[in-house]
Design a binder for this molecule. Structure first.
Ligand SMILES: C[S@@+](CC[C@H](N)C(=O)[O-])C[C@H]1O[C@@H](n2cnc3c(N)ncnc32)[C@H](O)[C@@H]1O
Length: 215
């Protein structure tokens, strides 16, 4: 019988979900052709889930840490509740900027997206106001730092979503001292679990997403 996570199950899930937007489909393809680690892209299933969460949360101010080629940003921007709502997305790798902008420019939601090339702290200094929704999807070794920098900037009742919190199942293992990524993801999960400032649940979609609400 096909297992969860199998190609057959993935195909079934996609066949019974809304179809992928043609621009996102093209971006996914170009990401696989032009980048070294294409598996970092959210892809259709997770992108659709992010979009649905944004539809439900109706954020006026949304922050993403880790743009990569822009798939998740474009997915979420399509669900913003009004033309005044803004999605700020931060990417540290400036080599990705031309590719990101070439796709943002073709999106009908381009005017609602603000791309910040550089560090999260610089971007936070430039964005006024409190965030309604934050998607953390950058360097796993820095997750606790992102979380602590971002939480004071989230409104009460606002949401933070963190990606890759199951790290391919490695969180169930005792990592070697040299396995900094697994150690960091486990430390982040423990940090959030012990933090009474947020209500949280881990959703085992793809590589695991932790959804948190600031109390
Ligand atoms: C997993 S990818 C993001 C995938 C993207 N959110 C998507 O769903 O298509 C992680 C990205 O975070 C970027 N990154 C790493 N450290 C960062 C930091 N401190 N600030 C901003 N971006 C960072 C990497 O360059 C990479 O492009």
């Amino acid at each position: 019988m096909p297992q969860f996570g199998s190609i057959e199950m993935e195909r079934y899930l996609l066949e019974h979900s809304s179809p992928e937007d043609p621009l996102l489909h093209e971006l996914d393809r170009i990401t696989h052709l032009r980048t070294i680690q294409p598996r970092m892209v959210s892809g259709h299933l997770q992108g659709s889930f992010l979009k649905m969460l944004v539809r439900m949360a109706r954020p006026n101010l949304l922050l993403e840490v880790g743009t990569f080629t822009g798939y998740s940003a474009l997915s979420m921007a399509a669900a913003l509740p009004s033309p005044q709502a803004r999605l700020h997305t931060v990417e540290i790798n400036d080599e990705l900027e031309p590719l990101i902008r070439s796709f943002f420019d073709r999106s009908p939601f381009n005017r609602q997206i603000v791309l910040h090339i550089g560090s999260l702290n610089n971007a936070l200094d430039q964005i006024p106001g409190l965030f309604d929704f934050v998607f953390i999807d950058a360097d796993k070794r820095e997750y606790i730092d992102y979380y602590e920098a971002i939480l004071p900037r989230v409104r009460q009742g606002g949401f933070i979503l963190a990606d890759n919190v199951l790290w391919d199942g490695h969180v169930l293992q005792d990592p070697k001292p040299s396995d900094h990524h697994t150690r960091a993801v486990k430390a982040f999960n423990d940090h959030v679990a012990a933090d009474s400032r947020v209500e949280k649940v881990i959703i085992p979609i793809r590589d695991g997403l932790t959804l948190m609400m600031k109390r």
